[in-house]
Design a protein around this ligand. Structure first.
Ligand code: MN
Length: 195
């Protein structure tokens, strides 16, 4: 099975209030594409030749895990952006965010701290944990919450390639801008599917 780079659901310059066209060109067009290409070159003749990305995340190790998880993580990340995003969630999901974290702003603040303090390369996540509760987690490198039985709802890529062209070493400024392009209607749908 050949893995493919999913098409972006918006133009490369559509979210430039937070992430420039040049960053999208490199991050999506070069980095994400390279993970797809690497995975396709690694799996022939292995037990993962016809595996889904989810199977690879759960079972693979080493380079096949790293590249497979990075394909999944980047697709999940790029899918959440919109030039005209729904700016905050509502309904049961909003109620649960407020109950768990104190308020929507408190949630964003705690998630931002998790993203800003992650040492080195990795991903900050909002997940439904194995007890059915919302939780903020950090994963290094290609880490993915599915591996721990958690259900991912939102992620922020804090590898330097995600922000260095636009923000250089100012990771907190990138995280602040990240919120302005998150389409909460997409996160709500993921929450409903995870329940
Ligand atoms: Mn990345």
């Amino acid at each position: 099975m050949k893995h493919e780079l999913p098409k972006l659901p918006y133009a490369m310059n559509a979210v430039s209030q937070a992430i420039s066209e040049r960053t999208i060109e490199f991050h999506y067009g070069k980095h994400h594409q390279a993970y797809v290409n690497n995975l396709n070159s690694l799996i022939p003749g292995t037990p993962f030749e016809n595996a889904t990305l989810e199977q690879i995340i759960l079972e693979a190790e080493g380079p096949i895990f790293n590249n497979g998880a990075q394909v999944w993580n980047h697709t999940f990340y790029f899918e959440t952006f919109s030039p005209l995003p729904k700016q905050q969630p509502e309904g049961e999901f909003m109620w649960l965010l407020v109950e768990t974290f104190g308020s929507f702003d408190e949630f964003k603040s705690k998630f931002s701290t998790a993203a800003a303090t992650l040492f080195g390369s990795g991903w900050a996540w909002l997940v439904v944990d194995t007890n059915g509760k919302l939780a903020i987690t950090q994963e290094s490198n290609a880490g993915n919450p599915l591996r721990k039985g958690q259900k991912p709802l939102l992620t922020c890529d804090v590898w330097e390639h995600a922000y260095y062209l636009d923000y250089q070493n100012r990771r907190p400024e990138y995280i602040q801008a990240f919120w302005s392009i998150i389409d909460w209607s997409i996160i709500e749908k993921r929450f409903l599917a995870a329940k």
